[in-house]
Design a protein around this ligand. Structure first.
Ligand SMILES: *[C@@H]1O[C@H](CO)[C@@H](O)[C@H](O)[C@H]1NC(C)=O
Ligand SMILES: *[C@@H]1O[C@H](CO)[C@@H](O)[C@H](O)[C@H]1NC(C)=O
Ligand SMILES: *[C@@H]1O[C@H](CO)[C@@H](O)[C@H](O)[C@H]1NC(C)=O
Ligand SMILES: *[C@@H]1O[C@H](CO)[C@@H](O)[C@H](O)[C@H]1NC(C)=O
Ligand SMILES: *[C@@H]1O[C@H](CO)[C@@H](O)[C@H](O)[C@H]1NC(C)=O
Length: 636
């Protein structure tokens, strides 16, 4: 099948070359187009030999007002393309709600890319991994169809996929290369060979849907780990097979795996890792610049096309960070997606950036663009926070989206809650032992209270499922469960959140009062009156605190230092800037885009689950602190 395609392309190309007096206009194939010249192991852009060095930048990880700045900096480094995932859950947050404007204006992003002289590699999913919650799949799929088989040919899943692709691809269609736009390649699924389902009908079904919109106006491709065991279940007939690997890989072996499935055509590394992702409770992961440049040059010397993952990482604002793991492992990712990339989380150039530009100069024509400099940052100083309410206060119940009584504790998904926290409350059964033992499975982390008093923590990551209850005389037990992000990679897709089972001694706990907190709109706290408060360990439940700080002149990017605080979420002027957890780390500061600040008085609201240090202060500082680091790939 693949052979047949090769012949067709080559024949077409030579036919066009021969008949050079054919009148060409913008809709004639051959003027604009992107294809594979299998005979010469190269790509053809508008009929001419072409190699790309692109960089990954996900528009959903930075405010829209920064898109052009970041893209221009990528071009200035010498890159000639940008690669982005498209996040389904952003564009369809609810089954009947579509978002394509404002921060979700993907067409605008692609248009700016073209204006900034960058071609585009589009990775529309539907599953994208990307270290995002549920790998970009909308959690409401699990609400609507609890036994849905995501990432397979399940008709109930494919129906939603079709609707999403219809919405997305009809919008981006005019931007395909064949229509004069920047999109040269469109990826099918994402590293599907790493997923055990290995469903060929699914892969081909996706290809057929995408091909209906793309026609032949861009090249369809797949990306998989660089091993034949991955490629086996990842490749799709009629789509160009590519691989991904990092600086430590043996490129002969890695491209050798690609060649087993893609015997001719240009070599492609679709994710060449500039750095790496970081989980909570590990060191911040780095890749040495020397190793990164060395392997990059080795690939470019083979005439490979390469996409740098990430060129610019950005931030997992709000609750968008995902987690790695599976049946018995759970590792949530930090808020920062700096990734040790050439451009920092704030879009500043690093030594890696300049080393990259120096290397690319030897391979590609450089644009006439001035090189970026590090932008000034804001030092907005110390913010004193005022306690407003305990989450368990009746006034705070107004933040709850849903309150109800359930015999069996419902999952977040059954409550139609994509993320946030859920409070489960019930009576402690009579006649429990002394001490009684609570056994509960939670996803992902829970604070347990007896009669409103904290008695311990359960953790999926640490596999903590039991708790000795030294106060068996209590009347009520409350379990506050936090989602730390749906799995984005691994064998498990259906990652249910919440209190999954609970018993005390051998008695199952029943008849739960359940309150779900999406924590997406804190406006009601404006009216809350201060309740009694003590700093230190928040034994009576999470506290919401508020403070204000002044910005003089043009607002600048800044970093919120949460050192000394426990675990929580911070909001600046209503924008959820993400989770902080400095005790576990490595991340200590949260990136705050200047675009979300204003000249004058700004507001900081914090939901602190566990610990408020004496003084109740946080600091807006000029310097990020992502904590201790670990050099994954050293100079070699
Ligand atoms: C890289 O892989 C090739 C092919 O498997 C092998 O021949 C070569 O020795 C490897 N190089 C290194 C440095 O391990
Ligand atoms: C790379 O492309 C150039 C120009 O087409 C060619 O001369 C060279 O042999 C190619 N190198 C490799 C390793 O394929
Ligand atoms: C590069 O850009 C500068 C400023 O726009 C311009 O003055 C200069 O002529 C350009 N150089 C080239 C070689 O195009
Ligand atoms: C559950 O809610 C009802 C109605 O608000 C209340 O009377 C009851 O005390 C609650 N039970 C627990 C265990 O919180
Ligand atoms: C604050 O309280 C007032 C009066 O009760 C009410 O009209 C208003 O809607 C409330 N505002 C918010 C944000 O809850």
């Amino acid at each position: 099948m693949r052979r047949l395609i090769i012949l067709v392309v080559v024949t077409l190309t030579s036919a066009l070359e021969l008949v050079s007096n054919v009148p060409l206009n913008s809709t004639t194939p051959g003027v604009y187009g992107f294809e594979v010249d299998y005979e010469n192991n190269q790509f053809l852009l508008d009929g001419k030999p072409f190699r790309y060095v692109s960089g990954s930048f996900h528009y959903f990880r930075t405010p829209k007002v920064y898109w052009r700045d970041r893209l221009r900096k990528m071009r200035a480094a010498g890159l000639n393309a940008v690669s982005t995932y498209v996040e389904w859950s952003l564009h369809q947050p609810r089954p009947n709600v579509w978002r394509w404007s404002g921060e979700a204006d993907i067409v605008e992003f692609l248009t700016i890319a073209q204006q900034e002289d960058l071609l585009v590699l589009l990775r529309p999913g539907p599953y994208i991994c990307a270290e995002r919650d549920l790998g970009g799949l909308p959690p409401w799929l699990m609400t609507l169809v609890p036994d849905i088989k995501m990432r397979t040919n399940d008709a109930r899943y494919m129906e939603y996929v079709e609707a999403y692709f219809q919405q997305l691809l009809s919008r981006v269609q005019p931007l395909l290369r064949g229509n004069g736009g920047p999109i040269i390649m469109v990826q099918i699924e994402n590293e599907y060979g790493s997923f055990p389902a290995c469903d060929v009908k699914y892969r081909e079904g996706l290809r057929d849907i995408i091909a209906r919109y793309v026609e032949n106006k861009a090249l369809l491709y797949t990306t998989d780990g660089s091993g034949t065991n991955y490629l086996r279940c990842g490749v799709v007939a009629e789509a160009y097979a590519t691989v991904d690997f990092g600086a430590a890989a043996n490129i002969t072996r890695s491209f050798g795996a690609m060649r087993k499935y893609q015997p001719s055509g240009p070599l492609v590394n679709s994710e060449y890792y500039t750095g790496w992702l970081t989980h909570w409770d590990e060191a911040f992961q780095r890749v040495s610049t020397a190793a990164f440049i060395r392997t990059l040059k080795a690939m470019l010397n083979l005439n490979a096309s390469v996409n740098l993952y990430m060129m610019y990482g950005g931030t997992n604002f709000g609750f968008t960070a995902g987690a790695n793991g599976g049946e018995d492992q759970y590792m949530p990712q930090i808020t920062s997606y700096d990734y040790d990339a050439p451009l920092t989380e704030a879009g500043d150039p690093t030594d890696k950036y300049f080393a990259l530009r120096d290397a690319l100069e030897q391979y590609l024509p450089m644009p006439n663009l001035s090189l970026p400099t590090v932008a000034p940052k804001g030092n907005y100083g110390v913010v004193s926070l005022q306690p407003i309410t305990r989450l368990f206060d009746s006034q705070a119940r107004r933040l709850a989206a849903k309150v109800g009584v359930f015999k069996i504790p419902p999952t977040f998904e059954q409550l139609d809650l994509p993320t946030g926290i859920v409070l489960y409350e019930t009576e402690l059964p009579v006649g429990v032992k002394d001490p009684a033992v609570l056994t509960a499975a939670v996803a992902d982390r829970a604070l347990v209270y007896l009669d409103d008093y904290l008695v311990g923590t359960l953790s999926r990551t640490l596999k903590l499922k039991t708790l000795s209850l030294q106060n068996p005389y209590a009347k009520r037990i409350q379990i506050l469960v936090e989602s730390q992000g749906h799995l984005n990679f691994g064998n498990v897709v259906q990652d249910w959140k919440g209190l999954l089972s609970a018993k005390v001694d051998d008695k199952p706990l029943k008849n739960w009062n359940v309150s779900s907190f999406p924590l997406d709109n804190l406006q009601p706290v404006a009216n809350f009156s201060i309740t009694s408060f003590a700093s230190g360990n928040q034994v009576n439940g999470p506290f919401i605190l508020r403070g204000s700080f002044k910005v003089e002149g043009q607002p600048l990017d800044t970093y919120l230092n949460a050192v000394g605080w426990g675990k929580g979420v911070a909001y600046v002027n209503g924008h959820n800037i993400g989770r902080y957890w400095p005790k576990t780390g490595p991340q200590i500061t949260l990136y705050v885009p200047g675009a979300w600040l204003k000249t004058g008085v700004n507001e900081l609201i914090v939901i602190e689950y566990e610990y408020v240090p004496a003084g109740l202060k946080m600091i807006f500082q000029e310097v990020p602190n992502l904590g201790r680091s670990h050099m994954r790939v050293r100079d070699h």
